[in-house]
Design a binder for this molecule. Structure first.
Ligand SMILES: Cc1cc2nc3c(=O)[nH]c(=O)nc-3n(C[C@H](O)[C@H](O)[C@H](O)COP(=O)(O)OP(=O)(O)OC[C@H]3O[C@@H](n4cnc5c(N)ncnc54)[C@H](O)[C@@H]3O)c2cc1C
Length: 375
């Protein structure tokens, strides 16, 4: 029988909520997680499952990503979650992009990464247009999980290993510890963490409104299993260097941005950059784009997908395999921060990752929040 009262109630069973459940359960707390959906359906299962360290903003975000990657590795092994890919090859198609990578390598964050000359790119795997590149950066830090399998497995393991209780298909209408008012009755908990993803209106709308958040819609595709070289790490390219703050905040990124605006203006207008990761079946998950709105429309114009595939064609020597799945996802976005932790009272926190970094940083963020809540 699950306990009737809990030390911690978590609203939201995406990666942010599950990370808080793990951090509290590791401290021996009795935890309940409440979600309106029967199974995870938000950003946490729509993403690349790409736990990215290199390229995250210097400082707090990069530190959180390093720690979260380590927690992912521990949890994946314990819970039986497959790590389907490791490492990142950041391709520089242009000299200006190589200059960004060289500057990055001179920072502390570049310490375990290395510059790869075009002639050596083939040692990381075949199938890239290596001869046309100016170079690449290899990062050993990244791991990739298949989120649509990993998130349900993580939730099941939290119950099996840590006795975390889940209440699914349950909407939380009010969250004020020691009580949660839900669509299926009251839950008692000493502390509450609200991890609502990009739902800014159901709980504590006034507090969340103060942060001026918006939402970002992304296009994603899966390409049919292909002769993608199994040695290849995750692939990104020049457009990613003006989106990922760990590169874009370097002085050399200014010249790259000017050149990309001149040569790939339509990509930039649609927030397109290239991430290619591999599935266990050798299918490729390819994205993405960024369109911002309070309520993003549900439409996914093919012209945006074509821009993503255009960049794919500049990086891969073989044509893109057929698209077998398309979907969009949304996440919370803020102009001035990558994540927020709001403290309405001693026992209540609202935690929102306000950038596309939640898979990469939530475990560390949750450890900080839980340490602050429970001492
Ligand atoms: C297409 C795409 C690609 C991405 N790629 C990456 C990537 O490669 N690497 C990376 O690090 N990040 C990536 N991200 C970002 C990352 O996925 C998000 O930052 C992260 O998943 C957010 O997790 P979350 O738990 O906060 O939100 P969600 O996963 O949206 O979960 C929130 C949950 O809260 C529930 N909920 C909300 N309000 C209530 C309520 N009142 N009552 C009950 N339930 C409620 C919802 O039902 C939902 O299940 C990507 C995002 C997208 C969309």
């Amino acid at each position: 029988m699950p306990p009737r009262t809990f030390d911690l109630a978590v609203v939201g069973a995406g990666i942010c909520g599950l990370a808080h459940a793990l951090a509290a359960a590791r401290r021996g707390k009795r935890v309940v997680v409440v979600d309106r959906d029967r199974q995870a359906n938000g950003a946490s299962v729509r993403n690349f499952g790409f736990i990215t360290v290199t390229g995250q903003q210097a400082g707090e975000c990069w530190r959180r990503a390093r720690r979260s990657r380590d927690v992912w590795a521990e949890v994946a092994e314990a819970a039986g979650i497959a790590v389907v890919q490791r490492g990142l090859l950041m391709i520089a198609r242009r000299a200006e992009a190589r200059a960004v990578l060289e500057q990055f390598l001179a920072t502390d964050m570049g310490a375990e990464c290395r510059l790869v000359e075009p002639a050596d790119i083939g040692t990381y795997g075949k199938g890239l247009r290596s001869e046309s590149f100016a170079g690449a950066l290899y990062s050993p830090h990244e791991i990739r999980v298949e989120s649509r399998e990993a998130i349900p497995r993580l939730a099941a393991w939290l119950t099996e290993r840590h006795e975390v209780t889940f209440r699914r298909e349950t909407v939380v209408h009010a969250a004020a510890p020691p009580r949660l008012e839900t669509s299926s009755g009251t839950i008692e908990a000493g502390a509450v963490v609200v991890c609502p993803g990009d739902d800014f209106h159901t709980l504590h709308a006034d507090r969340i409104a103060a942060y001026g958040l918006t939402r970002c819609k992304l296009h994603m595709m899966r390409l049919s299993p292909s002769p993608f070289d199994e040695r290849l790490p995750a692939i990104m390219s020049d457009l990613g260097m003006i989106r990922y703050l760990g590169y874009s905040e370097l002085p050399a990124a200014k010249a790259l941005a000017r050149r990309l605006e001149a040569e790939q203006g339509e990509h930039i207008a649609n927030g397109v950059h290239l991430i290619v990761v591999r599935g266990a079946d050798n299918s490729l998950v390819v994205g993405d784009s960024h369109h911002y709105a309070a309520t993003p429309d549900p439409f996914a114009p093919t012209v945006v997908d074509d821009l993503i595939l255009d960049e794919f064609a500049h990086v891969f020597a073989h044509g893109a395999p057929p698209v077998v799945e398309r979907w969009t996802g949304t996440y919370a976005s803020a102009k001035d921060r990558l994540a927020l932790v709001d403290k309405p009272s001693d026992a209540l926190r609202i935690v929102i990752v306000t950038s596309g970094t939640g898979a990469s940083t939530s475990f560390a963020l949750a450890e900080e929040v839980v340490a602050d809540l429970f001492g």
